[in-house]
Design a protein around this ligand. Structure first.
Ligand code: PL4
Length: 403
């Protein structure tokens, strides 16, 4: 028998979201005759139907497969038309098609990107952060080197109310890989242009490569806030950007994303990151679904983009309801503006304990902040992805937290 990959043993017991689902099932099993339906404001999973123009794109993509004249098979690096449309719509055509790689989603790309750096890499993350950055780094063995005190090779950069959820960059290790997410999951904080400029300057100075996760960029409504790291001069030399159709177009189940790897970006030895990413993707990925890509193309037409905006506005409306309800209880929150996540503070409390209390009193599932990192302790993340009636009902039930 081959031995088990030792890095698997270094992972925390369970991945956060299945653990939440398990506790919800456990609670439901303990209350089999409960007349009150459980509402989820936990996982960030879209709930609303794909809007008509985008849906017509998906249908057309499927229809094309039914005719010999229009049938297509593998589309390895992604439809040229889609890569060009992404460059035009999101980056003012600043990137060539060869710098944009279509994928089956941001999470999958985050996992694969780690292959570029291997076990020796030092990793830095915002604390709290989306668990895939840390767990994926543990899987490639990056947590085994001597990067940060108490955390193996992973350096946690605290993002707290006190620092406005933007980390101090003095602790950012030289020649490391930094995962940075804005609008942020879970804090909902969105970095300003000045903050991202500071980040890029620090990365260039310290030889850091930033993996910028812009999965929630379309939720930004403040025109002064950057939707992409590439708004910042110098970023092409230090940043990769991952993005997704999941949250702007309702494609969480359809699966479509992209990664931008500028030609200028190199490793310490001067080798091209773009060439290696092309090699990795060509080797272990076989292209996104051509149906998804047809939907993605429809989403990037002028009518499709109106639907993207409408869908994000809908979830932002939910976010305002949730944040308003929490603030009425005197709970201090951030996020929910320019972001679909609300980050609520329960001083001195354990996150899982508050999770259990909200489930018990309100029959509402949330996400415990401690699941996103040590600085998430005493916070709860509320997701704005839900049907409006459910969100209104949940917001009303949150009054019970005062009891
Ligand atoms: C639950 C910062 C959600 N099963 O859909 P993708 O792969 O294009 O994007 C995933 C993603 C990427 N980057 C960030 C994200 O927050 C997400 C999705 N996160 C959440 O509730 O935090 C869904 C999580 C899913 C998972 O494990 O990722």
């Amino acid at each position: 028998m081959p031995v088990r990959n030792p890095y698997l043993a270094a992972l925390k017991a369970g991945y956060l979201f299945p653990e939440i689902a398990r506790r919800r099932r456990e609670f439901a099993a303990l209350h089999p005759d409960d007349p009150v339906r459980i509402i989820s404001l936990g996982v960030g999973n879209t709930t609303e139907p794909v809007l008509p123009v985008i849906n017509a794109g998906l249908v057309e993509g499927a229809r094309k497969l039914s005719k010999v004249e229009t049938y297509t098979g593998y589309s390895d690096e992604g439809l040229l038309e889609l890569r060009e449309a992404i460059s035009r719509v999101f980056y003012q055509s600043a990137f060539s098609a060869g710098e944009i790689f279509i994928s089956d989603g941001a999470k999958c790309d985050i996992g694969r990107l780690q292959l570029l750096f291997g076990a020796g890499v030092k990793v830095a993350v915002q604390d709290p952060s989306y668990p895939v950055y840390v767990d994926g780094s543990v899987l490639i063995g990056a947590a085994q080197n001597d990067g940060g005190e108490g955390y193996g090779g992973i350096t946690y950069l605290p993002c707290t109310a006190e620092n406005g959820y933007f980390p101090g960059l003095e602790a950012l290790p030289q020649n490391s890989l930094l995962y940075f997410c804005s609008p942020n999951n879970p804090t909902g904080a969105t970095a300003t242009k000045a903050e991202l400029t500071e980040l890029v300057h620090a990365a260039l100075k310290k030889g850091v490569i930033i993996i910028f996760d812009a999965a929630y960029a379309e939720y930004i409504r403040d025109p002064a806030l950057p939707k992409t790291i590439y708004d910042i001069p110098g970023s092409r030399n230090c940043a990769v950007e991952v993005n997704s159709f999941s949250k702007p177009a309702g494609f969480t189940g359809v699966r479509l994303g992209w990664t931008v790897v500028p030609k200028e970006l190199t490793y310490a030895g001067g080798e091209s990151v773009n060439a290696d990413w092309s090699r990795v993707m060509g080797t272990i990925f076989n292209g996104a679904s051509n149906i998804s890509q047809a939907g993605g193309l429809a989403a990037l037409t002028s009518e499709g983009l109106k639907e993207v905006r409408a869908l994000c506005d809908f979830y932002l409306g939910n976010a305002a309801l949730i944040r308003g309800a929490l603030e009425k209880q005197g709970i201090i929150c951030s996020g929910g503006v320019n972001s679909p996540y609300i980050w609520a503070r329960f001083p001195g409390r354990d996150s899982w304990e508050v999770f259990a209390e909200i489930l018990e009193k309100c029959r509402v599932v949330t996400t415990p902040g401690s699941g996103f990192g040590p600085c998430g302790q005493s916070f709860i993340r509320f997701s704005a992805f839900g049907h409006r009636a459910d969100v209104k009902e949940a917001a009303g039930r949150l009054r019970k937290l005062a009891d």
